[in-house]
Ligand binder design. Structure first.
Ligand SMILES: *Cc1c(COP(=O)(O)O)cnc(C)c1O
Length: 419
């Protein structure tokens, strides 16, 4: 592979230029998401290279829910990755970003979603629908869909760093493994059945590829039992090192383990990473507004301090929702370390980015960067507490541009009818 195009295995928060980030915060305000499209390209290139996507005919599909911004979707498409969508909205965004074929993995799809997706399909978009329930297959048949269909299988094994991101074993996702072959068979009468699909959750790590191997090998067995297919999609969930000391995922090892566990199948292997493509391509910038030693006396030394910042769980939900660790760096100044709790402005105890983590003691107006914010960052932002969602800028080579405007307070009430 072209080592330069693929870049290093991980970009750490320390690798970002503090001066450049500070300039962006000055120009665009905070909180601000910064997304580096060059890093998105590198991650896409490294994924394709690890799986030998060109020579071995492996299909790498980007799970767009990790970051659906237009610039990211276009960049990922140009980098040769397909699009895996989880809702009608994502299908529409992917098609609008220039994809002419998309995969739509329908989890308990609302009628509106099916109608919107099928409208696009009738208009000529190539859509592969992944159904995770016999009932979903029936609803597609009732709507006159006879196109490309794949069956999502519940493999009965899950990978994941937190129970909320482990989907493999939960009955919500997919058709029970033992019933999948029969459903594939039945569906062949009415649809173009192109594949089988499974996704175990997020957090495949290099130390523990056993659950992953188990899932893939079960999918290989199923593929061999149902006969020729276009693809076997084994999902995403490739982990990224959120902690600075964590080693990056050995993508080559994951690719080798995947191919080995799959065994010989009359189908193309497909993978659909989301997080891996964008996580380390993004940082969140936030400014300190309040500094409060826990005794509120201005004491120095080792007394822990709470640093209030202008981003919160409404800006980046992962710490509150998953207890996720994100690296935090003070871009303004280096001072002696103290235990620091970085807290947002939302009236919820969970609204913390870290608790009593040793770091240079922040002062008011310091600029902090929160790392690995590119995946499930902006996507999970909300307007709880009537907080407008942040702005986003994208970096592309030496160009910088505003990708998403900062939401306004007026915008928050735009949908209210009784004003
Ligand atoms: C979320 C999701 C993915 C991507 O998961 P990551 O952990 O971001 O790689 C892939 N496939 C399906 C069906 C998903 O729901």
């Amino acid at each position: 592979m072209n080592a330069q195009a693929a870049g290093p295995a991980v970009r750490r928060l320390a690798d970002w230029s503090a001066a450049d980030l500070a300039d962006l915060a000055d120009e665009y305000g905070t909180p601000l998401y910064v997304t580096d499209l060059d890093r998105v390209r590198e991650n896409a290139t490294r994924l394709r290279a690890a799986f030998d996507a060109d020579t071995d005919d492996v299909d790498v599909r980007y799970a767009v829910k990790a970051h659906t911004g237009r610039a990211v979707l276009e960049t990922v498409r140009e980098s040769g990755l397909g699009a895996e969508c989880a809702s009608a909205g994502e299908v529409v965004r992917a098609l609008d970003a220039g994809y002419d074929s998309v995969q739509y993995t329908a989890v308990n799809p609302p009628a509106e979603d099916l109608d919107v997706v099928l409208d696009r399909w009738r208009d000529g978009a190539e859509v592969t629908i992944v159904a995770g329930a016999r009932d979903t297959v029936t609803r597609l048949r009732e709507r006159g869909f006879d196109g490309r269909l794949a069956i999502r299988v519940n493999p009965g094994v899950g990978a994941g760093h937190h129970e909320k991101v482990t989907t493999g074993g939960h009955a919500k996702f997919g058709v029970p493994y033992d019933r999948a072959a029969a459903l594939v068979d039945d569906a062949r009468a009415d649809f173009d059945v192109v594949g089988i699909h499974a996704h175990a959750g997020s957090g495949i790590s290099g130390d523990d590829l056993e659950a992953h191997r188990e899932l893939v090998s079960r999918m290989g067995d199923l593929a061999r039992s149902v006969g020729p297919l276009e693809f076997v999609d084994i999902g995403g969930g490739f982990g990224v090192p959120y902690r600075e000391a964590d080693a990056p995922l050995d993508l080559d090892a994951v690719a080798d383990a995947t191919k080995d566990a799959l065994g010989p199948v009359d189908a193309t292997l497909a993978v659909e990473p989301g997080r891996y493509v964008v996580a380390d391509a993004g940082v969140l910038l936030t400014r300190v507004n309040t500094v409060k030693p826990v005794d509120d006396e201005g004491s120095t030394g080792s007394v822990p301090v709470v640093a209030g910042v202008d981003a919160g769980m409404t800006t980046l939900l992962r710490p509150a929702m998953y207890d996720a660790y994100h690296a935090i760096r003070n871009l303004t100044d280096q001072r002696p370390e103290r235990p620091v709790t970085v807290a947002g402005p939302v009236c919820e105890t969970a609204d913390l980015f870290c608790e009593e983590r040793p770091m240079p003691a922040p002062r008011r107006d310091d600029l902090l960067a929160i790392g690995n914010a590119g995946a499930y960052g902006y996507e999970m932002a909300s307007t709880y507490n009537s907080r407008p969602r942040p702005a986003e800028v994208v970096l592309d080579g030496d160009k910088v541009r505003l990708a998403r405007e900062r939401e306004t307070i007026a915008g928050l009430t735009a949908l209210e009818v009784d004003r």
